[in-house]
Design a protein around this ligand. Structure first.
Ligand SMILES: CSC[C@H]1O[C@H](OP(=O)(O)O)[C@H](O)[C@@H]1O
Length: 338
């Protein structure tokens, strides 16, 4: 097993033939427990509750949810797909995967093969993007945000896949990970993956990012995506937009890494991307303990949109788009493709 092969040993999504086992990411890094989903409705609830999260991973989970629906009662397939589609609004991978499954009717064998293909294609795409993104690096430190690793995908990761490949190629000397409040995907999940891989990783507070960039310790900010519009505007975890502003101000390069299942050519620009608002309790408490006075209000958008003008490169498995705009996107993706 190559050094890189070791890195996708973490699997967030396991198809068991009659149920879908999901590594419960609400409990990581201190507890590794699986939630078994035996229906599309249970998969949809797991996506909504962030048992499984990460744009590619929720698309993969939803695809297996369609298989569960077909196994149980083909007559309920359409309503099962509607329930899955409504589970989270921003990551287009969810809609993309369901559209791929819908085209196959209710044949369980065909749906099973398609769900497996979606999962296998994602892992292959991540490894290829890892190489393409690593080729852009020239040493030094990188900063990443949220979690874009094996836990958010079929394995290896998108932005974290570039970091894995870049580190293995000697092109990264230090990885900084933002904690990513309020759900702490960076602190709880990315640090878990990097420490497990033996990659030198330093956790920073989200609010320390600009100060870190000003120090000169970071040459690239490398992030994932939940939806990339036809002009290259990119929706990603809340806090990404301000990282892009800080990066441009400090002369730090900004890379978005995402498979083509994240590209939504049917959405013209970032203004049209729906931003998920989650329960304010995620902001008003930490680890289940309230941290804010009763009666306080909160606002909890969990994604934001980075304009293409602040992105130096979008890495997909179809190729790298440098200085993205609608013309550059159209060279790799069909207008209107979703
Ligand atoms: C390769 S994961 C893409 C994306 O998904 C994460 O969001 P969430 O944890 O809420 O599902 C985050 O935005 C990642 O960058």
């Amino acid at each position: 097993m190559s050094d890189l092969d070791r890195h996708d040993t973490i699997r967030a999504v396991h198809w068991r033939g009659d149920r879908l086992s999901l590594l419960d990411q609400r409990l990581l890094p201190f507890e590794e427990r699986f939630v078994d989903c035996r229906s599309a409705a249970e998969v949809a609830q797991a996506i909504k509750d962030l048992v499984v999260r990460g744009a590619p991973a929720i698309g993969i989970a939803a695809a297996w949810g369609v298989v569960l629906a077909a196994q149980q009662d083909a007559a309920t397939l359409d309503s099962a797909v509607r329930t899955l589609r409504a589970s989270r609004p921003t990551a287009v991978n969810l809609m993309w995967a369901l559209d791929r499954m819908l085209g196959l009717g209710s044949d369980v064998a065909a749906l099973t093969a398609e769900a497996q293909a979606i999962q296998d294609e994602d892992l292959a795409a991540n490894r290829h993007m890892g190489e393409l993104g690593a080729a852009l690096l020239a040493g030094g430190g990188v900063l990443t945000h949220c979690n874009t690793g094996s836990l958010a995908t079929a394995g290896f990761g998108t932005a974290l896949g570039v970091i894995r490949s870049g580190y293995a190629a000697g092109k990264i000397s230090q990885v900084y990970a933002g904690e990513t409040r309020p759900w702490l995907q960076g602190a709880r999940l990315t640090m878990f993956e990097l420490v497990r891989d033996g990659i030198p990783a330093t956790l920073i507070a989200d609010s320390a990012a600009a100060h870190l960039m000003r120090s000169g310790a970071v040459q690239w900010v490398i992030v994932g995506a939940d939806r990339i519009a036809a002009n290259g505007d990119t929706a990603n975890k809340i806090g990404t937009y301000q990282l892009a502003i800080s990066a441009r101000h400090h002369g730090v390069k900004f890379m978005v890494v995402a498979p083509s299942s994240t590209v939504d050519m049917a959405t013209a620009d970032g203004a049209a991307i729906e931003i998920e608002l989650r329960d304010t309790t995620e902001l008003l408490s930490m680890a289940g303990k309230r941290t804010v006075v009763e009666g306080a209000q909160a606002w909890n958008p969990v994604f934001d949109v980075t304009p293409a003008s602040l992105i130096d490169a979008i890495v997909t498995e179809r190729g790298v788009i440098e200085h993205p705009d609608r013309h550059a996107m159209a060279r790799l993706f069909t207008p209107g493709q979703h």
